[in-house]
Design a protein around this ligand. Structure first.
Ligand SMILES: Cc1ncc(COP(=O)(O)O)c(C=O)c1O
Length: 374
């Protein structure tokens, strides 16, 4: 983190430099390994230009709607979840006339962009706590204290990045009740939902105050396509499409063709990914439980968990040490507002995962042996 202190988004900069692929000792990745052109072949030659209307390619929109189980007019096709999140925040805080003074409440620990978006659109921010003592469930008092009369959005991830825990149904109900109280919306970033070991539908089904963002990046291995989507009530979708005219006049046509071909095999691939995750999670969980001094809440799926380090450990310094002296990469918890943690991925193939965890154990032992002055 120290090398990148002066950039506006230190985690993203760090990730672009250090989380470049599933090298054998990389315990930092958060999405599955990327698919290749031979995995997904578009139906025919792909044009480079195709008029798509204002909500995104109509066929892709319909395919996404069918897969998510929502009406087509509840879908906006976006260039990745990052732009989807930006558009939602922009739309819901600025209205159609550029209204200022809106407030956004965001979970912590949080994926960096979610905490930085309010400032980017001129809105104020209050973070509400997820509670490690309750398996990273929301702290209800913190949620209630964060929501104000001018709160327009309440933002969470599901699965939660970095911990990999599911958004508990009672916590979503709490968020919806708070949103109802101040006439706000609940944003659920679901880029990891389909990696939950329990199959469950999008939160967008049946909740007019829920806005879901998602993409083909994390669970599907197609981040390079830059294909994402927003699920919301049609009036919100119409307003989002209007603001999209400012930032994204067209979407990448070759990516749309690949995405359509991919969606025909998405269910089978996700099922296979879940089976893989189950095995690797078991290995990682056994490693954590076998190590004195560290702990985590066992993730509900995904490929990341949040490892609490021995008391007093500076996660950033330890992560640098683990990489420089033992070749194993983990993500400093400071990027997620928890400096005594590191984010640990279990997405590697088993032989590499076992070796990398062993190396991480050696790094922890060596760190402890250096003593408090280290
Ligand atoms: C919670 C969350 N949302 C969105 C993104 C970005 O997704 P995309 O590649 O679709 O822009 C990430 C990437 O790390 C993420 O963790």
């Amino acid at each position: 983190m120290s090398a990148d202190r002066d950039v506006p988004f230190p985690y993203m900069r760090w990730a672009k430099r250090h989380l470049t692929g599933f090298t054998p000792s990389n315990l930092g990745m958060s999405g599955i390994a990327g698919l290749t052109p031979s995995d997904v072949v578009p139906a025919g030659p792909t044009p480079y230009w195709m008029p798509e209307g204002e909500f995104g390619d109509p066929d892709l929109r319909a395919l996404l709607a069918a897969r998510e189980g929502v009406p087509t007019d509840h879908v906006f096709v976006s260039a990745g979840a990052s732009l989807a999140n930006f558009l939602v925040v922009l739309t819901e805080t600025r209205g159609t006339r550029g209204t200022r003074g809106a407030h956004i409440a965001v979970e912590t620990p949080a994926y960096e962009a979610l905490l930085r978006l309010p400032d980017a659109v001129g809105a104020s921010l209050t973070a509400f706590r997820r509670d490690p003592a309750r398996g990273w469930r929301l702290d209800p008092g913190s949620v209630r204290a964060a929501v104000r009369p001018n709160t327009r959005l309440i933002v969470v991830t599901d699965l939660h990045n970095p911990t990999g825990v599911r958004l508990h149904a009672d916590d979503l109900a709490l968020l919806l009740a708070e949103a109802e109280r101040v006439d706000a919306a609940v944003v659920v970033d679901e880029v990891y939902r389909e990696m939950d070991l329990t199959v469950r539908p999008t939160a967008a089904r049946g909740h007019p105050r829920v806005i879901v963002t998602n993409s083909l990046t994390k669970a599907h291995g197609l981040g390079g396509l830059r294909i994402g989507w927003i699920l919301a009530a049609p009036d919100r979708i119409a307003r989002i499409a209007a603001w999209n005219d400012l930032v994204c006049p067209a979407h990448p046509v070759p990516s749309i063709a690949v995405a359509k071909a991919y969606l025909a095999q998405a269910d089978a691939r996700i099922a296979a990914t879940r089976a893989t995750i189950a095995d690797r999670l078991e290995r990682a969980d056994a490693w954590v439980r076998g190590r004195p001094g560290v702990s985590w809440t066992r993730p509900d799926g995904g490929i990341t968990g949040f490892l609490r380090l021995p008391a007093g450990t500076d996660g950033e310094a330890f992560a640098a040490f683990a990489f420089e002296c033992h070749g194993v990469r983990v993500v400093p918890g400071a990027f997620f507002q928890a400096p005594d943690h590191v984010r640990l991925s279990f997405g590697l193939i088993p032989v590499n995962l076992d070796n990398a965890l062993r190396a991480l154990g050696t790094a922890l032992d060596a760190w402890a042996a250096r003593g408090p002055a280290a």
